[in-house]
Structure formats: structure tokens, C-alpha cells
Ligand binder design. Structure first.
Ligand code: ADP
Ligand code: ASP
Ligand code: MG
Length: 470
């Protein structure tokens, strides 16, 4: 028995032509696999529009979300009219779309009256695009002669209540997947499941974080014991750099789970950072493929990828960062100062992307998203008030407008000289390094740079170290 779980991202199901292509791919592979489960995103930019509608409503703007309703209605109706032949099926799909958009308008209205949007409400609102799209795609599969059913992931993915960044409860999810999906697959039905979302044990809708449909696919793939998980996107696979920054970036044919995790964690949007977790545990190969160029093999992600010592496979950048420094000559003698520093950061819900080694030893430096910096600096000043008054800690300050650029490759392990090549490439481009950081695994090196140097640094490392270093 062979089982394939495949996921289509926003651009891959972003309009009538793209959806028709995605459905062709499902039909094509349905001939070769015994069972196929499909996970779908909302049409591209729909989630952004829903989030924006809710945010503007919270600021008292009624106009924006109302015009979003109109735009989304037109866009979905256009796709339904273009693709669906049966008048009854069309009417039903338009009814469902309207019903979800009415819900959206009602939620936004409440948000406007309350004057705030909670993470819980945001999850219910932001996942409506997936609900609509799954129905359209299942209908198109049926029109093509296969049995298909749209399924809300709220029925099968059970999560904790960390709204906007929920974590799946895998044992419960496995039970629900078995109960809900197994009978369908056994009967030759192709389930089309909403990506991005899940629900708590009480049934409250949650989401897995932006870009979370990749993670949904890995969760469902693991719970179905799939032979493979494929994510269909709008580029040829995982590439040596973001092709939007380096147009001549190349596809990487094979990578390891840890290399991809590192890339995703440090900003490569091609996969959600937590996608690897469920597939690693079950050793399920993950493929990244291009919906619009399916004859290209794409990238295969497996436990052990071949790596040549000293080679770097890819470079990535994550923008919108600030580097916070707690500095003072008296700090070294103060017990527990690092623990208190990071506890203060955690109290603000900020995640530390990395702890960096700066030039002086008399400081603790770390990088966090700029959005969180104000709260974090204040919390640190409160926590360290005594040390500040005694001048053991001289100041807590932030360097905003920085970027983390990360070079990834398992071949970095214990290979001397790689860092020197990276620094050489940067100095050739006249780019200053603010700090060097230790990656969370031993297959990456990260640098903190001025955000204005992002494109130049990524291109330099790409061309000088990755391409010329081969
Ligand atoms: P989807 O909607 O299919 O999930 P995303 O927009 O979330 O697609 O992710 C795909 C995008 O990720 C690509 O269009 C590309 O610009 C970006 N990207 C960033 N880094 C990389 C990389 N190293 N390899 C491939 N794509 C990357
Ligand atoms: N539609 C969601 C988002 O835009 C999930 C996804 O595309 O993976 O974040
Ligand atoms: Mg994505």
C-alpha cells in the first residue's frame, strides 16, 4: 500500500489556471499511488487580506474589511465560474463562500466594537481562506471523475491553545486522522484538507503560524504513515538562495532535515520552520516541487544528505531584527545575570533567534525581532535596576535595523577555513560584520549585519562561497 501526502501552497492554488494545474497533478499521481491526501492553502494573499481586515477593524476602520469582503467574493466567484461546470455545484460553492465571508464581516464588526483583536479571534478569521479553497478544489476533483471530500483540519489536527502558533498534540491527532481519513482513503476518496489550521481539544480554531500549511502536510503525512510528503510551491525546490534576492540561485537536489530546518528557521520562506519535526520522527522523505514546472525533480529532504566537507549549500537572510546588548564591567562577577536577562526577555514573549558573540566579553548580546525590542529593553531595565544603579551593568541598548545572514551546509561541521571564506567574500564586497553567531546546530554559521547590506551580503556569499567554492 503506497500513500502520498501532498500540499499546494498559495500561488499553486491562487487562481483558476493554477488550481486547474494543481488538480491535474493530483489526478496524475492518483494513478501511481494507492492513496493520496491533499492539503491546500488559501489563494495567495488571501490570508494577508483577512489579517489586514481584522487589524484595521480593531482600529475602528469599517471600510477596509467591507471592501475586503467584496474583493474576496469577486476573486473566488471568478475562479468558481471559470472552473466548475455544474450549475448546482457552482451555486453551492458560491453559497459557502458567501457564508464564510459573512462570518468574516461579522467577526470584524465585533472586533471593531471591541476595539481589539485577540489571537484567538485572529485564528478563526485568518483561516477562512483555506476553508473556501478546499471546497473549490474538492469540487473540481469530483468534476474530473474522482471521489473527493473537503475536510476542515479542525476535525483532525488537535493542538494546544497557543493561538497563532499552535503546537499539535500528535497522539490525539493520529487517532483523529485514523478515524476520519483512513476510511475515506480505503474507499478511494481523495480528502482535500485545509492547511494552516487546527483546533484545541475543546474545538476552538487555532493556526500553526504563518506559512503553516507545510507543517499541516508534515503532521498529516506522519499521522498517515505516508511513504512521502510533497510540498508543491512556486519555485523549483529548495534553492541555494531566495531567487527573489539572487535570480541565478540553483536548485539543491538533496538536503538533510537539519539543513532545511536551519534554512527555514533563518528565514527561507520555502518551508515553515517546524515542518521537519513530524517527518524526522518517522523518517519520511519530503520533496519540494514546482507546480508550474513539474518535470523538474525538485529537492528531496532526507535524514542524511551527502555533504562534501567545507561546502556550503545555501545562504539565507532574516530581516527586521535588533541586537540587544546588556553591557557593564561589573557583570562578570554577578551570579545568575544571564539567567535573569533571558527570563526578562521570555517574560515579553519574545523569541531569541540567537545569542551572539560580540567583541567584548563584558556583555551579553542577543538578536530578537525588532517588534519586540521596546518591551524587552524595558523589562531588562526593570529586572536589572539594582545592577544599573550600582553601575555593575552600565547600559541596556539595542542596535536596530540589523539582519541575520546564515550560511548552511552539513559540510561545515568541523571544517576549518569556511568562516574565513565567508569573511573574505564579505570584505571583498566591503561589507562590515557586526557580530558572529553560533547557529542552533552545527551545520550553519550566522552573521549579524546592517540590514542595508542584506542583498549584497547574500549575493557575495552565494557567488563567492557557494558557486565558486564547488
Ligand atoms: P507557498 O505558498 O507555496 O508555501 P511561499 O511563498 O510560502 O510558497 O514559499 C516559496 C517562496 O520562498 C519562493 O517563492 C521564494 O521566494 C521563497 N524562498 C526563500 N528562500 C528560498 C530558498 N532558499 N529556496 C527556495 N525558495 C525560497
Ligand atoms: N495561508 C496561510 C498563510 O498565508 C498558510 C500558508 O500559506 O501556508 O500564512
Ligand atoms: Mg509557504
Amino acid at each position: 500500500m503506497s500513500t502520498l501526502t501532498m500540499k499546494f501552497g498559495g500561488t499553486s492554488v491562487g487562481g483558476a489556471q493554477a488550481i486547474a494545474q494543481a488538480v491535474r497533478l493530483v489526478l496524475d499521481h492518483a494513478k501511481r499511488w494507492d492513496e493520496i491526501a491533499v492539503i491546500v492553502s488559501a489563494m495567495n494573499s488571501v490570508t494577508d487580506a483577512l489579517v489586514n481586515g481584522a487589524r484595521t477593524a480593531a482600529h475602528g476602520d469599517e471600510q477596509s474589511y467591507r471592501s475586503t469582503v467584496e474583493d474576496l467574493r469577486t476573486r473566488h466567484a471568478h475562479v468558481i465560474e471559470a472552473l466548475i461546470e455544474s450549475a448546482d455545484e457552482r451555486t453551492e460553492l458560491i453559497r459557502i463562500t458567501d457564508c464564510h465571508l459573512r462570518e468574516f464581516a461579522a467577526f470584524c464588526h465585533s472586533v471593531m466594537i471591541l476595539g481589539e483583536i485577540t489571537p484567538r479571534a485572529m485564528d478563526t478569521i485568518s483561516s477562512l481562506g483555506e476553508r473556501i479553497n478546499a471546497r473549490i478544489i474538492a469540487a473540481l476533483l469530483r468534476q474530473n471523475g474522482v471521489q473527493s471530500e473537503a475536510i476542515d483540519a479542525t476535525e483532525i489536527i488537535v493542538t494546544d491553545d497557543a493561538f497563532q502558533n499552535a503546537v499539535p498534540l500528535m497522539d490525539l491527532t493520529r487517532e483523529r486522522v485514523a478515524a476520519r481519513l483512513r476510511p475515506l482513503l480505503a474507499n478511494g476518496v481523495i480528502p482535500v484538507i485545509t492547511g494552516f489550521m487546527g483546533a484545541t481539544q475543546e474545538g476552538v480554531t487555532t493556526t500553526l503560524g504563518r506559512g503553516g500549511s507545510d507543517y499541516s502536510a508534515a503532521i498529516i503525512g506522519a499521522c498517515l504513515d505516508s511513504d512521502e510528503v510533497w510540498t508543491w510551491t512556486d519555485v523549483d525546490g529548495v534553492m541555494t538562495a531566495d531567487p527573489r534576492i539572487v535570480p541565478h540561485a540553483q536548485v539543491i537536489p538533496v538536503l538533510s532535515y537539519s539543513e532545511v530546518s536551519e534554512l527555514a528557521y533563518f528565514g527561507a520562506k520555502v518551508l515553515h520552520p517546524r515542518t521537519m519535526r513530524p517527518v524526522i520522527e518517522h523518517d519520511i522523505p519530503l520533496w519540494v516541487k514546482n507546480t508550474f514546472n513539474p518535470s523538474c525533480n525538485g529537492s528531496r529532504v532526507v535524514r542524511e544528505a551527502e555533504s562534501i566537507p567545507g561546502t556550503i549549500k545555501a545562504v539565507t537572510a532574516i530581516r527586521g531584527m535588533s541586537m540587544v546588548t546588556v553591557e557593564g564591567r561589573g557583570m562578570l562577577g554577578v551570579p545568575g545575570i544571564a539567567a535573569r536577562t533571558f527570563a526578562a526577555v521570555a517574560s515579553q514573549g519574545a523569541s531569541v533567534l540567537m545569542i551572539v558573540q560580540a567583541s567584548s566579553e563584558q556583555s551579553i548580546c542577543f538578536v530578537i525581532p525588532t517588534d519586540a525590542v521596546l518591551g524587552v529593553v524595558r523589562a531588562l531595565e526593570r529586572e536589572l535596576a539594582l545592577e544599573l544603579s550600582r553601575r555593575d551593568v552600565e547600559r541596556v541598548w539595542s542596535h536596530d535595523g540589523v539582519v541575520i545572514v546564515t550560511a548552511v551546509g552539513a559540510g561545515l561541521r568541523a571544517t576549518p577555513g569556511v568562516a574565513a571564506r565567508i569573511f573574505g567574500a564579505l570584505s571583498k564586497g566591503d561589507i562590515n560584520v557586526i557580530a558572529i553567531a553560533q547557529g542552533s546546530s552545527d551545520c550553519s554559521i550566522s552573521l549579524v549585519l546592517d540590514a542595508n547590506d542584506t542583498v549584497a551580503a547574500v549575493c557575495q556569499i552565494h557567488d563567492e562561497v557557494i558557486i565558486n567554492g564547488r
